[in-house]
Design a binder for this molecule. Structure first.
Ligand SMILES: Nc1ncnc2c1ncn2[C@@H]1O[C@H](COP(=O)(O)OP(=O)(O)OP(=O)(O)O)[C@@H](O)[C@H]1O
Length: 306
């Protein structure tokens, strides 16, 4: 049965006299991956800090497992893991010592820690011979995730976990997160700018803009319903300016070769006819499912205009 894991209601946060979060309402669910997106400075990390009880909200509240986040019991604290970009690993210790130290703080038995550490190290293919200060960025990232998974949390919160990872490590981490979620039913809240990777694994997408939630939808709704059209032609800038003046058409982006646009199908029945009517010299014209990136761009555009 799907249950609520994180819930924020009317969450407001001011930092040094500056209101950074405005009435944030987010609910995440067990066994699902929630992607938390938004431009730099939008408020993702601040929201995560409130959710995990690091910042007390100025108004409103956050609960995790039904308990107020700011005064959470140790029992519930042990039910989640969190990976922040800045880390918090001890460079002079080995991978094992780092994991052991944090797991002991959570009250775990050494044999249990050892057994799970070995399994996770194998699972993440992490080489542990070197001291942590000699680890690469990707190795450190994997170790932080192992450290936060060793107590088998029901919820994993990751703030920009793909930062600085090479493509192989990124794909690897992305697929492992998806596997952990589907095999063990772990809920994941992941903030990231890597929309392409999020699109591969997310169930739910929450978007924040200037401290306000501007979208909260199932990924399926975002990428399944709208379709985008791509036209390659000699004068894409001119074509883009023609299209954006037509009711029912939204230009998603354009470059020196092509224009990408979406249409409201109730208003525009035959997009190709529109292009031909405007005497566009078409080289190619095709249709694709819209991406999370398209959604991000159009949602941001709408948020900026409001
Ligand atoms: N300690 C602080 N004191 C004052 N303002 C802060 C503090 N921390 C963050 N802010 C402000 O809060 C806003 C939200 O920042 P936050 O770090 O939550 O954004 P973010 O979405 O995580 O950004 P990024 O993608 O760049 O990591 C920004 O305007 C930032 O300047």
């Amino acid at each position: 049965m799907v249950s609520q894991v994180i819930q924020t209601r009317g969450l407001n946060l001011s930092l040094q006299g500056n209101q950074v979060l405005h009435n944030i309402d987010i609910t995440t669910y067990s066994g699902q991956i929630c992607a938390f997106i938004g431009e730099n400075g939008a408020g993702k990390t601040s929201t995560i800090r409130c959710i995990t009880g690091l910042y007390p909200p100025t108004a409103g509240g956050c609960t995790m497992f039904g308990e107020p986040a700011y005064n959470m019991s140790q029992k519930n604290r042990n039910r989640f893991g969190i990976v922040f970009d800045e880390g918090g690993l001890y460079g002079e210790m080995s991978a094992w010592e780092n994991v052991l130290f944090f797991a002991r703080l959570r009250g775990m038995d050494k044999d249990k820690i050892n057994e799970r550490f070995n399994r996770l190290v194998q699972h993440f293919e992490l080489k542990t011979a070197l001291k942590v200060s000699r680890f690469s960025k990707g190795m450190k990232q994997k170790l932080m995730i192992i450290r936060e998974l060793v107590h088998e949390p029901e919820l994993l919160i990751l703030d920009e976990p793909f930062n600085g990872l090479d493509p192989d490590s990124k794909i690897f981490l992305r697929d492992k997160l998806s596997e952990i979620c589907s095999r063990q039913g772990t809920s994941i809240l992941i903030s990231s700018h890597d929309l392409f990777d999020l699109e591969k694994i997310a169930d739910q997408v929450v978007m924040i803009h200037q401290g306000r939630i501007v979208a909260n939808q199932a990924l399926e709704e975002i990428t399944g319903i709208t379709e985008r059209y791509i036209v390659t032609c000699n004068s894409p800038h001119q074509v883009a300016s023609i299209l954006q003046d037509i009711e029912g058409i939204t230009v998603v982006n354009h470059d020196e070769h092509s224009v990408t646009f979406t249409v409201e199908s109730e208003v525009i029945k035959q997009p190709l006819q529109i292009l031909l009517k405007h005497n566009v010299e078409i080289q190619e014209f095709y249709k694709e499912k819209s991406s999370l990136e398209d959604f991000y761009r159009t949602t941001k555009q709408a948020a900026v205009q409001n």
